[in-house]
Design a protein around this ligand. Structure first.
Ligand code: SAM
Length: 310
């Protein structure tokens, strides 16, 4: 397997005139051992269509391609997005046809953007005079990504993760590299000091756990924070008559004032402190509790009991 090491990463960046920016969280992996480890821990197979967010120069992409059916890589930087197919054609021509690059902001990407073979497929439909929207899924491969494997841009890692889990029910599992503190927060159980909005919202979609630390020296440039791997395995959300949006509204309200009791923190959500107390009692939650003590199912029950008079 040909991978990018420190020499190749710097040479490629120089050739492209890329100066890694903090704004886009551009820290490129220069260590083959790290990308191989990510692919191994991700437990992806030849049946998986993997979505990779922020492929950058292609360090992780090159490690993924031999192991999976297809990689759909979403990159916001136009220079990096244009170069990736060229790099892969040079370094791993055998698997180059497994790659689709989508030049887009991962925060705004839609399922239609990710039906990677849609382009060719749509072209052949045009030739047949068919409507692209009526096309059946392509044979043999899942139509949409089944796994997320990414070294996420750190400044938007949580919103990107939640956005993808929301728009892609097809995602069965994920392995992402994020800032170490964010990894802790995503995987935190109720009752811990760092348990908060990302922990509850991620738990709505998946079982989340930390999957190992990553040091700073595997990147160029080296970031000034440590990193960590997070594994996600999709599971059903709690059974509830409330919608996801309604549950998340309670979560946001509860943690907006996390030091207050839920009776106080949910007062404007419910209308009054008394109405909040009533909803909490009906949900079987102590009004004097704080948000950090509750699991996602508790938030769902509170949402179900929101007073309807408003
Ligand atoms: N995967 C590469 C690696 O491991 O070397 C690069 C990872 S680097 C931490 C993050 C990448 O995400 C960069 O290539 C950056 O341009 C890209 N990026 C930043 N914000 C993005 C966004 N909103 N949507 C898609 N890609 C983004």
């Amino acid at each position: 397997m040909s991978l990018l090491g420190p020499v190749e990463v710097r040479a490629l960046a120089e050739k492209l005139g890329i100066r890694p920016t903090k704004k886009l969280g551009q820290n490129f992996v220069i260590d083959g051992g790290t990308v191989r480890r990510i692919v191994r821990v991700a437990e992806v197979t030849r049946d998986d269509v993997v979505i990779e967010i922020g492929p950058g120069l292609g360090s992780l992409t090159l490690a993924l391609l031999p192991e999976v059916a297809r990689v759909v890589a979403v990159e916001i930087d136009p220079v990096l997005a244009a170069q990736l197919p060229v790099t892969v054609a040079e370094m791993d021509p055998e698997h180059a046809d497994r790659l689709s690059v989508v030049h887009a902001d991962a925060l705004k990407v839609t399922p239609d953007d990710l039906r990677a073979d849609r382009g060719d497929h749509a072209e052949s439909a045009d030739r047949r005079g068919a409507d692209a929207d009526d096309l059946p899924a392509l044979p043999d491969l899942p139509d949409l990504p089944t796994a997320l494997v990414a070294n996420l841009p750190y400044n938007v890692s949580v919103p990107v993760l939640l956005h993808l889990l929301e728009i892609l029910p097809s995602l069965r599992r994920g392995l992402v590299m994020v800032q170490s503190e964010v990894a802790d927060r995503l995987a935190a159980p109720p009752g811990s000091r760092i348990y908060g909005v990302p922990s509850v919202k991620a738990a709505w979609y998946a079982d989340v756990r930390r999957a190992g630390p990553v040091g700073r020296n595997v990147f160029w440039p080296a970031p000034n924070v440590d990193s960590g791997l997070v594994s996600l395995v999709r599971r059903d959300p709690p059974e509830t008559s409330a919608t996801r949006e309604e549950v998340f509204a309670v979560v946001d309200a509860a943690f907006a004032q996390r030091r207050k009791t839920l009776r106080a923190a949910l007062a404007s959500w419910a209308g009054t402190p008394a109405a909040a107390e009533q909803a909490l009692v009906q949900a079987g939650v102590q009004p004097s509790a704080r948000g950090e003590q509750l699991g996602v199912a508790d938030f769902a029950r509170i949402a179900e009991n929101r007073p309807r008079h408003r």
